[in-house]
Ligand binder design. Structure first.
Ligand SMILES: NC(=O)c1ccc[n+]([C@@H]2O[C@H](COP(=O)([O-])OP(=O)(O)OC[C@H]3O[C@@H](n4cnc5c(N)ncnc54)[C@H](O)[C@@H]3O)[C@@H](O)[C@H]2O)c1
Ligand SMILES: [Zn+2]
Length: 351
């Protein structure tokens, strides 16, 4: 078992993160005597419904349809309605049991209901365990833009159990690897462990590396809870990654992040003073984790989608967080036409 306790800088909100086996058995104690709702998705309910009901027999459960397509205001308001119907009060708690989609919507609903109730996150995907459940960012997609509407709301507790990873399809493992590789780009120890590991999909290896990734993300979030500076490094691979997601590249979020890191590392090499040998190793790691063809997407659609990115500060320019050398990142800003040319160039190189 490993426990982290976090109070983000400038915030009174405390969050405890506990990595342990049989975490569901801890839920009853964590909820205590408060009224509650469990929010999950239909896939997770199918797999863990009985275990949830055993852990919290009297608590209503609401399951959304699974997937990013349903990470929208409609699902958010359906959940808020279930919370109202369940008679939740100011001192109630929402348990978000699922992947990053459930965690993001559940966290946002908890932040909105009665101007904020407690939230317990139980992440069941690798991505949610190493990334989305940590740091208090919540959101839904809106008007075709990912995570356009959201809030910062720290969960009071995050319960991380590696046993959930056993039922994850390989593609979802790969999705989490996207964020793990991103952390590895900045944390030398994570990078070395990934580079030395032959089978990146080995569950024992992954269970071991999850707490290290949580610790890394926390070290960033603690210093910059509202992404005014340092936390921007966690956007590595995400400008191009989100653009590909929006352009319908038919890849999961983590796969898009891996492709994004690959492209943005190549762009960094041509525009900035970089350690080429290190970036080469990072690119090799991305390609090892990916199974798809990193060149199969529409360049014009990808470039147009990148223009919508929330990180952009001026019209017609695309801003990226890019790796430059071990443990170091830089911001790279390109005019739209140049970004589109760069996407096309790297795509040709990778064909
Ligand atoms: N808040 C943040 O800081 C942050 C950070 C990174 C990503 N995100 C968000 O996270 C989302 C992606 O999260 P995700 O990859 O977990 O997607 P997801 O929540 O859609 O889960 C992926 C799939 O796995 C299924 N699933 C979940 N747990 C399972 C289990 N134990 N066994 C079998 N199947 C299971 C789900 O039903 C779903 O079909 C994106 O919307 C992204 O924007 C948020
Ligand atoms: Zn991500």
């Amino acid at each position: 078992m490993r426990t982290f306790s976090v109070t983000a800088k400038g915030s009174a909100e405390k969050c405890r993160i506990v990595c342990r086996a049989r975490a569901l058995s801890q839920l009853k104690e964590a909820v205590g005597g408060r009224s509650a709702i469990v929010f999950t998705d239909e896939n997770v309910l199918r797999l863990y419904g009985r275990a949830i009901r055993r852990a919290l027999p009297d608590v209503p459960v609401y399951a959304m349809r699974a997937g990013e397509n349903f990470k929208n205001p409609q699902t958010l308001f359906d959940l808020l309605q279930k919370m109202a119907e369940a008679g939740l009060k100011r001192n109630s708690v929402l348990v978000a049991l699922g992947g990053g989609v459930v965690g993001d919507i559940g966290g946002l609903a908890a932040s909105l209901y009665m101007r904020g109730i407690a939230c317990i996150q139980m992440p069941t995907t690798l991505l949610a365990q190493v990334d989305s459940s940590v740091g208090g960012k919540t959101a839904v997609d809106f008007c075709g833009v990912k995570n356009l509407v959201g809030a910062f709301h720290q969960p009071e507790l995050v319960l991380v159990d590696p046993a959930f990873l056993r039922t994850l399809p390989p593609r979802e493992i790969r999705c989490g690897l996207g964020e793990i590789v991103k952390h590895g780009a900045f944390d030398g120890e994570i990078f070395d462990r990934l580079a030395a590991q032959e089978d990146l999909f080995d569950l024992k290896f992954l269970a071991g590396i999850v707490p290290e990734n949580i610790a890394y993300k926390l070290s960033v979030v603690r210093r910059d809870p509202h992404e005014t500076g340092l936390r921007k490094c966690l956007n590595l691979g995400h400008t191009t990654g989100h653009a590909l997601e929006l352009a319908g590249a038919n890849l999961s979020h983590g796969e898009c992040v891996l492709v994004g890191v690959l492209y943005e590392a190549r762009m960094a090499r041509t525009h900035l003073d970089c350690d080429g040998e290190y970036l080469g190793r990072l690119e090799a790691l991305c390609r090892r984790a990916l199974s798809c063809d990193p060149a199969s997407f529409d360049v014009a659609a990808g470039a147009n989608a990148a223009l919508l990115d929330k990180k952009n500060t001026a019209a017609g320019r695309v801003v990226m967080t890019v790796p430059v050398r071990r443990g170091e990142y830089a911001m790279l800003e390109l005019p739209f036409a140049e970004y589109e040319r760069e996407l096309a160039r790297v795509r040709r190189e990778l064909c």
